[in-house]
Design a binder for this molecule. Structure first.
Ligand code: FES
Length: 182
């Protein structure tokens, strides 16, 4: 039983480590670029400030698309792989924009053993959006998350913070319809 618990947890954590570069076209503005360049100029020559620059960049763009990672790497004089490595290691960094409605599915152990992967698959199929991505129209994004502290309601997902608990894959279309028709 204990072995199964750790196997499930390891699989969940491996899945959560996978962050994908967004396929949504980059739409940064000249103003955003100017703000990022100003932050980089302040920190240039001090690689210990890479995290700070990345945090500021996420504040400016809302996420860290490939193009922004390249600007940071070139500006800070560090390999692009290093910027990507930091962006994927820390949960605070997002590689994909958030949609108007952000669907967050818990893949923590309690939810996972109660079928949250099926719920996630149904959500992705219903919205035509992969986990970790945002729809082309910007309406929906889907992400995987760790335990949100509502294990008694497992499996759980949230939409813009509203909690849906004890859900099955069959419940998903009806819940999504409320937002698709909003
Ligand atoms: S594991 Fe999903 S809420 Fe705790």
């Amino acid at each position: 039983m204990l072995r199964r618990f750790f196997a499930v947890r390891q699989r969940t954590e491996e899945m959560l480590m996978q962050k994908k570069i967004s396929k949504i076209p980059f739409k940064g503005t000249p103003e955003q670029e100017a703000r990022l360049k100003a932050v980089i100029a302040e920190c240039q020559g001090d690689q210990s400030r890479l995290m700070h620059v990345m945090q500021q960049a996420q504040g400016i763009y809302g996420y860290l698309p490939y193009e922004v990672q390249v600007m940071i790497a070139e500006g800070m004089g560090v390999p692009l792989e290093k910027v990507y490595g930091v962006a994927t290691f820390y949960a605070q960094f997002a590689l994909s924009p958030k949609g108007k409605y952000n669907v967050s599915v818990c893949l923590g152990t309690a939810c996972y053993v109660k079928g949250s992967q099926d719920v996630l698959d149904k959500i992705c199929a219903g919205l035509g959006v992969e986990a970790g991505e945002c729809s082309a129209d910007g309406n929906f994004s889907v992400e995987e998350c760790r335990c949100i502290g509502a294990c008694g309601l497992a499996p759980v997902f949230t939409i813009n913070g509203e909690v849906y608990g004890k859900v099955t894959a069959d419940d998903v279309p009806g819940i999504l319809a409320k937002y698709q028709n909003a």
